[in-house]
Design a protein around this ligand. Structure first.
Ligand code: HEM
Length: 158
């Protein structure tokens, strides 16, 4: 019985120390490392300003409600970078599916975000982490309504 209790005690101590090491290893979120809400909102505002003056994509946003899109983009940016913020907008695929967005447009949007990060003096490490997040969203945004199947059906070639 004593042996079982000792084993349980060492196991729980082990779990406790692994748990605390994991917390230390995890460190502050990308969101916090970039400066938290104030900086994130500024990055979103600068990105919006870049989009609406970038000749490759500005027409896409001509009829958009800037305040609405900025709020949704802030939420998704905050959530994706580890803040305790809930995204309340539409899914990435639903939002962009009918727009037939090209790779050039996607790259232009990424460039706009990267120059907003640069403007807000975000370090290279954090910039790269944001870039990886943006690229993970790419399949849901670029040409999301054009699949090989739709491109090769007879309907498309008539
Ligand atoms: C990683 C890339 C992208 C992310 C994370 C993103 C994120 C978002 C979000 C969160 C919204 C608001 C969704 C809602 O209405 O609830 C939105 C809207 C929009 N996005 Fe994107 N987007 C990306 C790329 C692009 C690209 C490449 C384009 C085309 C140039 C684009 C064009 C638009 C437009 C026009 C709207 C506004 C639609 C409206 O006015 O309601 N997005 N995007």
């Amino acid at each position: 019985m004593k042996k079982i209790l000792n084993t349980l005690l060492s196991l729980s101590l082990l779990c406790f120390s692994v748990g605390s090491f994991a917390d230390v290893a995890k460190g502050p979120s990308l969101f916090d490392r970039m400066g938290g809400e104030k900086v994130a909102r500024q990055i979103v505002a600068d990105t919006w300003a870049n989009h609406t003056s970038n000749p490759i994509v500005k027409n896409r946003f001509a009829n958009s409600d800037g305040a609405y899109v900025k709020q949704k983009v802030y939420e998704i940016f905050a959530m994706a970078t580890g803040a305790d913020v809930k995204y309340t907008g539409k899914s990435m695929a639903d939002t962009h599916a009918t727009m037939n967005i090209s790779e050039a447009e996607f790259n232009a949007v990424v460039d706009d975000v990267m120059s907003a990060l640069e403007k807000n003096k975000i370090a290279k490490q954090e910039q790269n982490e944001v870039l990886a997040i943006l690229w993970s969203v790419r399949p849901a945004v670029v040409n999301s309504n054009l699949t090989t199947k739709t491109l090769t059906t007879e309907k498309m070639h008539k």
